[in-house]
Design a protein around this ligand. Sequence first.
Ligand code: FAD
Ligand code: MLT
Ligand code: ZN
Length: 483
Amino acid sequence: IQRNSKFAKLTPDHVKHFQGLLGSESALIDGLSNDAAEDIEPFNSDWMRKYRGHTKLVLKPKSTEEVSEILKYCNNNLLAVVPQGGNTGLVGGSVPVFDEIVINLQKMNNIRSFDEVSGILVADAGVILEVADNFLAEKNHIFPLDLGAKGSCQIGGNVATNAGGLRLLRYGSLHGNVLGIEAVLPDGTIVDDLSKLRKNNTGYDIKQLFIGGEGTIGIITAISILCPQRSRAMNVAYFGLESYEKVQDTFREAKNQLSEILSAFELMDGRSQKLITKATGKKMPLEGEHPFYCLIETSGSNSEHDSEKLETFLEHVMETGIVSDGVLAENETQIRDLWSCREGIPECLGHWGGVYKYDLSLPIEDMYQLVNDTRARIEEAGLIGNDDSHPVLDVVGYGHMGDANLHLNVPVRRYNKEVEKLLEPFVFEWIQKKNGSISAEHGLGIAKKPFIGYSRSDTMIRLMKQIKDLYDPNGIMNPYKYI
Ligand code: FAD
Ligand code: MLT
Ligand code: ZN
């Protein structure tokens, strides 16, 4: 792709305008001035170090009004922008492609209100997810989303990507939990829809367009969200299993026997667990090797009741041989240790250089077959191996089994065209044949932009373009990305 010449290039006058508006400490400049107080580089490269932009300006507004002033000026001057939260997105959506101005929300980090009766939290978009959850913990509540990047991602970024995460199985999607949104449109209009109502059938539910909109129609500046009561009792178990069929049996039994206390059911294949040990030296929880592992979390209000249910479940799956081996965490430290076998995977896979990542949704019975077929394809081409002459380390699968959401990952020693050609469009065609989704929870960004047609019809894509044109007629919001 080429830079769109309709967009203006940044000039010292533009910079002066933004410094006047925000103060120089909230307008980081590179190149146009010698006194860059903070390194601009981290705002230009993504978490995977796969995408790199060339912005010379990062703006950090402190209020919704400042966001509005920034966007109005950019729209009038045809300056393209990229909204940015914690920059942990996995599809290259949060960094510029060329010289788009980065608008980072990190300085908008106030919790505005929390109602202990209704459980409704209202907070600025730039609040870090873990900070929001820690705040809620003190009030015996929990943020209805949890994911491995919680220490750096922002709740506005979570909503903009419609992140799914580790507890969607229990608490549902952000499309249901987010009750209201405050956002700014490219022309500076402040959309004040920060509703705190659970029910509100008064016309189109426009906030839904911002949830998963990936910063293409406006900037989310605050959200209101329904937060459940925090469970008093929590248990985590980790199992080794001999086949994918047995993983499915375990899932069925878990739903059957643990029902309302089940709060996560995660899948990790043996290869993903081996790579954790290889990358970190971590000792895994079970002796011996198994082709599959799963992690089950329960949470409820009565620990005796939960323990009783869990023990009956454990006895059943062990005695019937559905699971081969298992361990139950006995305290907070062990709970964290078991979770790290799942949450630690993304970071470890990047250890050797890079990762090709596919985030898909498929009928649950077919899900793991894609990993096997992909591995066979790369093996046949002789590209997998233990030494440096092979670009690929392995082909692994893990993910949110409870949501039929698999992460197919191909860790590599270096990004390689030959590998890429074997993977794409093969993986997308495979998914299309099963009527699956090529992006279950990470979004499209720039990485999946060419492939949207594998999951969406021409009519749906046309409707999306119409919405984009209506909200952002000059196309300044996150250009070159999926729409
Ligand atoms: P960014 O990466 O900064 O931005 C993501 C997108 O949203 C970009 O397109 C950006 O332009 C836009 N955006 C950001 N803020 C705003 C805003 N205020 N208004 C409008 N647009 C905005 N995702 C899952 O769904 N489930 C997981 O389990 C999960 N686990 C992860 C684990 C790790 C270790 C990592 C690195 C990522 C993981 N992710 C997961 C990816 C996930 O999308 C992000 O972690 C998170 O939701 C993005 O938040 P962020 O603040 O970092 O957004
Ligand atoms: C996860 O579930 O760990 C995340 O979505 C990140 C990833 O896919 O690697
Ligand atoms: Zn995930």
